[in-house]
Design a protein around this ligand. Structure first.
Ligand code: SF4
Ligand code: ZN
Length: 323
């Protein structure tokens, strides 16, 4: 197996590109794909300040590393979810990565700041853990990006993630979600611009990228992920990809090119009546935003001390912190 660029021994084969790469040219390939995504979808302009949502896993650390390597001004934001040992270790990976590179990492700790952790909070609010977690993450990433004046919020969603979400949304015909399943969401109505620079790269490539770059990332799955339908969709797509290399890419990018626009109206309808939450100021179509309702119901559930983490909070009050 030889590198397609230099003919030296290759370390990875990428079947959908019908190409093998040595370590050096694989890194080059990853950077090229990120530059292509940023340019094609006009994700980040030179000189803009980016905030990267960092979990300590391979994708978020890789995207932070890639943006920094490409010369972007990018800080990180880590949320302590209070998921026991998993959160302790993920926080350590995020902090070590930032410290080793002299990068700025902001932190918000859910139990400390809002009085609930994901396992107990989800139970109290009668939500699935991933639903309470997703809601908390979306709200706080948005809130901090807006309040701290970042131009753009970056997430580490890769091609596997996007194809799996698209698969789920199509399977259930969630047309309002299909209309906004885009690699860039423009800043509007109090939400920051959100971008996904890894959409042209896969999970496997991001793991390889971290190994080659010497990035020590959290390998373990979140203990709350068991039974998550997203993982089932990923496995199904992996089987299809094995039989038909490039299927995920053509599914997702074909959707963007030929179908996404058709659902734009429904996504728009979903936004009608957006106004500021009276409690925290976040945009919402309800009386009180979903995050404040979650805090209300879950905040009374005292976090289990054995699962709570205590990391320093380096931020000023977020919108929700004004409660
Ligand atoms: Fe949160 Fe679910 Fe992801 Fe765990 S698996 S970090 S609970 S969204
Ligand atoms: Zn609110």
């Amino acid at each position: 197996m030889k590198c397609v660029t230099c003919r030296e021994p290759a370390i990875i084969d990428i079947r959908r590109h019908n190409a093998n790469f040595c370590a050096e040219h694989f890194l080059e390939q990853c950077r090229r794909q990120v530059v292509k995504a940023i340019d094609e979808f006009e994700m980040i302009a030179p000189g803009e300040r980016a905030l990267v949502a960092v979990s300590g896993g391979k994708d978020s650390l890789a995207v932070w590393d890639l943006l920094t390597e490409l010369g972007y001004d990018a800080d990180g934001l880590y949320l302590g979810l209070g998921i026991g040992e998993y959160s302790d270790v993920s926080g350590r990976h995020a902090r070590d990565f930032a410290a080793a590179r002299g990068l700025k990492l902001l932190e918000v700790d859910l139990p400390e700041r809002f009085g609930y952790d994901i396992p107990t909070g989800a139970r109290a609010a009668r939500r699935a853990p991933c639903s309470a977690c997703g809601l908390s993450k979306r709200h706080l990433f948005d809130a901090v990006a807006v309040e701290e004046g970042y131009d753009v919020l970056v997430t580490g969603h890769n091609l596997d993630d996007e194809a799996a979400v698209l698969f789920g949304n199509t399977l259930h015909w969630h047309t309002e979600y299909l209309g906004r399943q885009l690699p860039v969401l423009a800043e509007r109505d109090g939400f920051p611009r959100k971008v996904k620079p890894l959409v042209r790269l896969t999970e496997r490539e991001m793991a390889a990228y971290c190994v080659v770059r010497g990035i020590d990332y959290l390998v373990d799955e979140c203990p709350m992920a068991a039974g998550n339908r997203h993982l089932t969709y990923k496995e199904a797509l992996n089987d299809i990809e094995k039989a038909s290399p490039g299927a995920k890419h053509s599914f997702y990018f074909g959707f963007l090119a030929r179908a996404a626009e058709r659902f734009a109206d429904e996504a728009e309808t979903d936004r009608e009546g957006l106004r500021a939450c009276p409690t925290c100021g976040a945009p919402t179509t309800a009386e009180t935003c979903a995050f404040c309702r979650l805090v209300e119901r879950a905040g009374g559930a005292r976090p289990d001390p054995s699962t709570a983490t205590a990391v320093p909070v380096e931020l000023g009050p977020t919108r929700a912190g004004a409660r």
